[in-house]
Design a protein. Structure first.
Ligand code: PEP
Ligand code: MG
Length: 324
């Protein structure tokens, strides 16, 4: 059965009513791209780039980063590779010499860190723009919580491209720029953020954590952690509607996308691209093939009228329980 699923990953993820979904892979280490390709992934929807910054005293050089990114692109010719800029601190790699923060996940994490350390950020942006000449790169920025952070990122991206041009490095200047929607303020401001970016990618791992004030890594509160909290579903709806109004595609790369039973919810919300761990790709593609989007849309309307996790779970189980 496992072998069948691995092969079936290469069948298209087309819904019963003929809508084609893109199912991509999440990776951390460059070599994981091979597993995504083997399982039938349509590209890389989330390349977490913290790994190269782990367990060392200095920062990786531009050339080193460029080589890593190029390695991934070489395995995925013609398919999108979404490189997420450094999501350092918080629960990920720690920057050396950083001051101890009492609440790192609410602290100088990800884009906040990068904007405070523009030299570190520009090194990564230059490496990405240089790698982008070898494939179909998208840039994804984590932990955006306000519009100014996107505008500052764009300015630094311009600066990185200018410096590459001046120094005569080959690079691709026009690269789609998207943001993670994983902080409630970004979800709420999605209509305004949509004017600033080329795509959204919803990070449910952090969005759930920050919406419900539940530490995603704390086992004492793990029983409270659920993508089916009605507040989370309403936020998702708010984001997908904003995206649709502004013609900004909405993707999902958080772990909610990797559970087959949630697929009808995500399709009903209008999400067109899912990115999941390599192992989950065939299963998610087969769940997509079992769903009718129009029915899923009506189902989501009913889900959104429920006010407790228990009611939502029950409705989901009775309607789509066989997708598990
Ligand atoms: C998320 O927050 O859902 C996400 C995909 O990012 P990470 O798990 O790397 O924080
Ligand atoms: Mg996150």
């Amino acid at each position: 059965r496992r072998a069948f699923y691995a092969r079936s990953g290469h069948l298209p993820a087309k819904t019963r009513d003929g809508i084609e979904l893109t199912v991509m892979g999440n990776i951390e280490m460059p070599e994981e791209v091979v597993a995504v390709k083997d399982r039938g992934g349509d590209g890389i929807g989330l390349y977490r780039t913290e790994f190269q910054y782990l367990a060392r005293q200095d920062f990786p050089s531009e050339d080193e980063l460029y080589e890593h990114y190029k390695d991934v692109l070489d395995v995925m010719p013609g398919q999108p590779v979404t490189i997420r800029t450094l999501d350092i601190n918080g629960d990920k790699a720690m920057a050396h010499n950083s001051d101890i923060e009492e609440n790192p996940v609410l602290g100088l994490r990800a884009i906040r860190y990068c904007l405070k350390k523009p030299e570190v950020f520009i090194t990564q942006l230059r490496a990405i723009l240089r790698a982008a000449q070898h494939g179909q790169v998208r840039i994804l920025v984590p932990m955006i919580s306000k519009i100014e952070e996107v505008q500052q990122t764009r300015r630094l991206l311009e600066k990185a491209a200018e410096s590459l041009k001046k120094e005569g490095f080959r690079h691709q200047r026009r690269v789609p720029l998207g943001i993670m929607i994983e902080v409630p303020s970004a979800a709420i401001m999605a209509d305004a953020l949509a004017r600033e970016v080329d795509f959204f990618s919803i990070g449910t791992n952090d969005l759930i954590q920050y919406t419900m004030a539940i530490d995603r890594g704390n086992r004492h509160v793990a029983y409270l952690y659920s993508p089916l909290h009605p507040a989370v579903l309403r936020l998702l709806k708010h984001v997908t509607e904003a995206g649709a109004r502004h013609n900004v595609p909405v993707f999902m790369c958080g772990e909610m996308a990797g559970e087959s039973i949630y697929v009808p919810i995500l399709l009903g919300l209008g999400i067109k691209e899912l990115s999941v761990n390599a192992q989950a790709i065939p299963l998610i593609k087969s769940a997509v093939r079992a769903v009718d989007v129009e029915q899923a849309r009506q189902f989501v309307d009913r889900l959104l009228q429920q006010t407790t996790i228990a009611q939502i779970e029950k409705l989901l189980e009775t309607t789509y329980g066989d997708l598990k």
